[in-house]
Design a protein around this ligand. Structure first.
Ligand code: HSE
Length: 326
């Protein structure tokens, strides 16, 4: 929930703190469109400002993370600076970013930092940015870190729930659905060596054209996922998590992926996919009829049997970014 506006901003006095959640994008067929916000982990960003004749950022990064600490190269400070420059705000932005979300594993880390920065600048300077503006500015952080301004992770991190990022290239907007109560998410992350700009690399693997039959299949599966969220039907959501276009091109990045999927399904999961650009694997399940810990255990064992170490956690679909102090 966004805080109310109306207080005068006094650079140097106010400190705004925002938390923004991790997210899992695509859900199989919803490439660059679908994502779910995760209840945990989250990034936390605090922002204050000092008067200056220039527009600059001083960035401190905390947490177990190797994100860039250069203000022009870090997604959060880059987004904050982009908004300030766009609005003609001359200031020194003091940003402290506490990374709770692991970087480069397909959990929307750069998107969460970008969203947190956009929301914090909006709050501190009382800009009243629209949802479309917040999405556009946040997507600049995605462009910086992956080379493409996609909206799926930023949409989920901003609004929470299951989000559908609608983007005709002009006015991106997002429609969000609340999750079924019984929906649990099992996430297993293998320890694999990937290029530093992993998402850019994972996007370079994708075909530039696709067969009509694969497009029809993905459209059909994507429709099952939206229908599943609209009806609160976990089984239908999981059924739809089958992708004939993106996943086949990326599965080779994740040793043991097919075995992990099989193990999760055999343990009762409703559906399995690569989380975002990977290498984390996401399984969705109905906690009324299955045991999420058993599913996660089976996924981790399957990675182990494939010779890959992996860690995992269970969470559920969570809220979007929010101002927690101002
Ligand atoms: N939709 C994006 C992708 C998510 O799969 O490349 C990762 O940022």
């Amino acid at each position: 929930m966004r805080n109310s506006r109306g207080r005068g901003t006094r650079p140097g006095r106010r400190v705004v703190a925002v938390v923004a959640p991790a997210s899992s994008a695509n859900l199989g067929p919803g490439f660059d469109v679908f994502a779910v916000a995760l209840e945990r982990p989250v990034d936390r960003l605090t922002l204050s400002a000092e008067k200056s004749s220039k527009t600059e950022a001083l960035l401190t990064v905390r947490g177990d993370s190797d994100v860039s600490v250069s203000a022009e190269e870090n997604a959060a400070s880059y987004v904050a600076l982009s908004i300030a420059r766009d609005r003609g705000i001359h200031t020194i932005l003091r940003i402290e970013l506490k990374k709770g979300i692991p970087v480069g594993v397909g959990l929307g880390s750069s998107a969460a930092s970008s969203v947190a920065a956009a929301l914090a600048v909006d709050e501190l300077f009382e800009l009243g940015l629209s949802q479309t503006e917040l999405l556009r500015f946040s997507a600049l952080g995605e462009r910086l870190s992956s080379g493409a301004a996609h909206y799926d992770n930023v949409a989920a991190s901003l609004v929470g729930g299951f989000s559908v990022a609608i983007n005709d290239g002009d006015r991106p907007r997002v429609i969000s659905f609340s999750p079924p109560r019984a929906l649990k998410l099992c996430l297993a992350t293998p320890v694999v060596a990937l290029p530093k700009r992993k998402t850019e690399f994972a996007r370079s693997l994708l075909p530039s054209a696709t067969k009509l039959s694969a497009a029809v299949h993905n459209l059909s599966m994507a429709s099952a996922i939206v229908s599943g969220f609209a009806r609160g039907d976990v089984e239908l959501i999981g059924y739809g998590m089958r992708d004939e276009i993106i996943e086949p091109a990326r599965a080779g990045m994740i040793p043991g992926f097919r075995e992990v999927r099989k193990a999760a399904i055999q343990s009762g999961a409703s559906g399995v996919c690569i989380s975002g650009a990977g290498p984390t694997v996401l399984a969705v399940t109905d906690s009324r009829s299955t045991s999420p810990p058993s599913i996660l255990k089976a996924m981790l064992h399957a990675f182990g049997d494939s010779g890959v170490k992996a860690t995992g956690f269970i969470t559920k679909v969570g809220r979007g970014a929010r101002v927690v102090a101002s």
